[in-house]
Design a protein around this ligand. Sequence first.
Ligand code: ZN
Length: 330
Amino acid sequence: MSDENIQGKVNVPKSTRDLMCGFHSAVSTSPLRIASERLGDLPDWTLQPNPSWLRIVGGRAQFAAVPGENVIEASSAGLASVWLVSRAALTLWNTYDKAVDRHFGVGDEVASASATANVDFGPELSKTDFSQTIEYARALMENDRCWAEGIAEPNPCAALDEFDGRVGNLFLGAVAWIVLHEIGHKVHRDTNLVGAQTRTLEEVEADRFATAHIFDSTSVPATHRTFRFMSVVVAIVWLGLMDTVLKLLPPEAQTHPPAYERLWSMLETTSALDEPDSDKHTYAGVLIKAVFNPEDPGAACTPQGLLGEAFELLVSGFRSSSMTPHQDSG
Ligand SMILES: [Zn+2]
């Protein structure tokens, strides 16, 4: 009889909580750090050290302001899915940058964002884990589950000059906007005890609170503004993915305006529409198209009306079930 070999490593499945807990403290300070020049404008209870106001819960991806308490709930699946969308975004932007460099020559001055119109990076993108990462993020919106095999794991300790560190930073920027939205509900004393129409208005106001907090300051350097803009774009792309899950629920469960309206409203609030040929719009456009039009992620830019086209895609993506991305995940 030969002995059974029970030595060696066993791959115990990791939970989203295990993998995101290293970020909990940074998540709780992210609303303060994304716009540190405006600390004084946040309610006192958000400034507490070791906050009890951020409560990590189980269940599917979600964030919520708890009525009657100064508490914001974030599920581990919610945090993980925002991290996954952040990672997918940076993977995509890196791939896009390399394709632009190859097209124009590294170091060459690219005359304008619209000059990159016909750079097709779809084939390169398909060699990355972009689609699987987005698919897993969407699966976490249906229910929490163990970390998917083959999907990169978060590293809260990575330095900012590493890819993982940039992913963590973008994640914290995106989560800051989402948590600020929930803080906005508390500041406005919103309850869930109102009709659907009022509820939708409250959501618009909470968005406005978050966006205004991040952008309404004249003293923010341009590089910071770009980082903040990209963070909010990632947050709203996360909301757009959530829309594709929520639209499978009964209409009464759908209390938020659709993500494309929220994106549009953010663009208006930040006056981003006044700079139509800006790099940050190109980056936002390629991300929106790759997530919501996965068949053709490379057809990402057009010389004119990039924002208009991205907006159209958002609209058609959310309205037409045939466009629902990653329908078979989960
Ligand atoms: Zn809300």
